[in-house]
Design a protein. Structure first.
Length: 128
């Protein structure tokens, strides 16, 4: 008899506690981005220095997207899942691994696009 699991390949690979962690990372990235934006505008930072905002914007977007999708790109990269209670477990099924890699790639691409837009807007905003 097989053990029931909440893991759904390419759809859900983290449990509610892990989802909360990703959401918190999203908030940290959002707050860091907002603080940097305020500093950049307030001190009339040069455009090249404003590029730094990409990092917290990407981190925040990734955190929120992982929470929304109930899916961790890190676990997918490590061929793991933690959708159930207890310890994370290894995934060995080839089809499941492929679905997880595709989902992780999608989340990374969406995060990149969001961070790129935030960065461009930050560069274009004039000083106060």
């Amino acid at each position: 008899m097989s053990e029931a699991t909440n893991y759904i390949p390419g759809m859900c690979n983290i449990n509610p506690q892990e989802i909360a962690k990703r959401r918190n990372i999203g908030y940290m990235g959002l707050v860091a981005s907002a603080l940097l934006l305020a500093l950049f505008i307030g001190f009339d930072a040069p455009w090249w220095l404003r590029l730094i905002i990409f990092v917290p914007a990407f981190t925040g977007a990734t955190g929120f997207l992982q929470a929304k999708n109930k899916f961790c790109v890190g676990f997918a990269s490590a061929n793991m899942q933690h959708a159930d209670d207890g310890e994370a477990s290894k995934i060995t099924d080839t089809k499941s691994l492929l679905l997880d890699k595709l989902k992780a790639r999608k989340i990374n691409m969406q995060s990149f696009a969001i961070a790129l837009v935030v960065t461009v807007v930050t560069i274009l905003i004039p000083a106060l």
